[in-house]
Design a protein around this ligand. Structure first.
Ligand code: NDP
Ligand code: AKG
Length: 447
């Protein structure tokens, strides 16, 4: 089996050798899905996985815009349309200086499996730009978003490809993108999700990824007759996902002790309570400030510059910032400190070596494609409401989100439970995600 996997990965490497993040994501999937393919005649010999690692379409384009000093700026925009076998392409847009084809391809590849797991009819895609929103004025953000959409609009549509937010793209950016699309197409459709509540957005979408990550962890803990009550939780990031993961943890009785950004992390031994979190939300979403400002407001907390929070003692870890933010040494530190559950809010935050360490220790570990799927699932619910020209209540959407996270947990258990009862959620998520897409691809023939 090792040789078959190595041969497949060599083929992928030959075509994508310069894309380390994409290769990492493919390797993690191949290690669990190829043994399943080999055991199942309907998939074997059909090159289904080989087809899945090749994007159906990869669009790259120039984005020119004028900054507040009147200087012309040039950025690069992308949309990766990875797989549409089970529905229109769906996935976020990332605006961050590190964005390149490798990062977006890994995200689009993960999205295919994630969207399949949600039980909703959505294919996978991802896009973005190397544009850095940090330090830009609202007017600069608007001009960039309008310039970006002036090309992207050709490639998307409510039945073709429905982008949403990701790092650096929140409701402000979705507003500017939506406004330009509406103007160019002269139509009001659900072409983007994460919209404002008065113009087609869904209740709970802002909260959904963070809440969903916690709901998934609750499902995992339930298998051990355990829950969040009284647990110490370490969270990385302080953006959309981290904020709402923290909010849900606090509500269900856990103590959140850290948040972070790319400058470092804050540790609050007394716990970040609802009022302190309100301060963080204002700091990050309105003032667009840095997390270290937390310690000015709450001097009993400490700021640790340039470090991730994984060396702090906790029961549960929720990595909610970015890819590869938790490596093997971090995994060892978490385990040594007694961490028993890791639920990924970010996409691929743990390296493959760190995941192996968690598995070796037999702790509860959920990969992002399962545990952070609540965001895109609620985007799917936003699309449904847009199609129905209807609006569900907060309670209705939250109930559906909880059910979806439970369904994803059940799928992971179905495909990932081992003989001794241990649930390998990586294996479960990869195979369950694969089966649905592969079946659709086989039914539709070679296209
Ligand atoms: N938004 C959503 O619905 C979904 C998001 N995700 C994933 O969740 C993660 C976070 O996204 P989201 O909260 O939306 O994004 P935001 O832009 O709202 O927040 C991102 C956070 O991560 C930090 N961060 C970004 N890059 C780095 C880095 N290189 N090192 C350390 N910290 C970093 C940011 O700090 P700083 O401000 O300093 O850059 C910020 O605190 C991403 O992996 C995203 O793909 C997954 C599913 C859905
Ligand atoms: O809501 C969406 O469509 C996108 C969410 C996303 O980008 C993700 O799940 O990583």
């Amino acid at each position: 089996m090792k040789e078959i996997i190595a041969e497949f990965l060599d083929m992928v490497k030959e075509r994508n050798g310069h894309e380390p993040e994409f290769l990492q994501a493919v390797e993690e999937v191949a290690e669990t899905v190829i043994p399943y393919i080999v055991q199942h005649d309907i998939y074997y010999g059909k090159n289904v996985l080989l087809r899945m690692v090749e994007p159906e379409r990869l669009v790259s384009f120039r984005v020119c815009w004028v900054d507040d000093d009147g200087e012309i700026q040039v950025n690069r925009g992308y949309r990766i349309q990875m797989n549409s076998a089970i529905g229109p392409y769906k996935g976020g847009l990332r605006f961050h200086p590190t964005v390149n084809a490798s990062i977006l391809k890994f995200l689009a590849f993960e999205q295919v499996f994630k969207n399949s797991l949600t039980t909703l009819p959505m294919g996978g895609g991802k896009g973005g730009s190397d544009f850095d929103p940090k330090g830009k004025s609202d007017n600069e953000i608007m001009r960039f978003c309008h310039a970006f959409m002036s090309e992207l609009f050709r490639h998307i549509g409510p039945n073709t490809d429905i982008p949403a937010g990701d790092i650096g793209v929140g409701q402000r950016e979705i507003g500017f993108l939506f406004g330009k699309y509406r103007k160019l197409r002269n139509e009001f459709t659900g072409v983007l999700t994460g919209k404002g509540l008065t113009w087609g957005g869904s209740l709970i979408r802002p909260e959904a990824t963070g809440y969903g990550t916690v709901y998934f962890a609750e499902n995992m803990l339930r298998t051990k007759n355990d829950n969040f009550e009284g647990k110490t939780v370490v969270i990385s990031g302080s953006g959309n996902v981290a904020q709402y993961a923290a909010e849900k943890c606090i509500v269900i009785g856990a103590k959140v002790v850290t948040l972070s950004d790319s400058s470092g992390y804050i540790y609050d031994k007394d716990g970040i309570d609802a009022d302190k979190l309100k301060f963080v939300m204002h700091l990050k979403n309105v003032k667009r400030g840095r997390i270290k400002e937390y310690v000015k407001e709450y001097p009993e907390a400490k700021f640790v510059k340039g470090k991730t929070p994984w060396s702090e003692k906790c029961d549960i870890a929720l990595p909610c910032a970015t890819q590869n933010e938790l490596d093997i040494e971090d995994a060892k530190a978490l385990l040594a400190n007694g961490c028993m559950c890791v639920s990924e809010g970010a996409n691929m935050p743990s390296t493959n070596e760190a995941i192996k360490e968690f598995h070796k220790a037999r702790i509860l570990f959920a990969p992002g494609k399962a545990s952070n799927a609540g965001g895109v699932a609620t985007s799917g619910l936003e699309m449904t409401q847009n199609s129905l020209r209807y609006k569900w209540t907060r309670e209705e959407v939250d109930k559906k989100l909880r059910e979806i996270m439970q369904d994803i947990h059940n799928s992971c258990t179905e495909y990932g439970q081992e003989d001794d009862g241990y649930i390998d959620y990586v294996k479960g998520a990869n195979i369950a995600g694969f089966v649905k897409v592969a079946d659709a691809m086989l039914a539709q023939g070679v296209v």
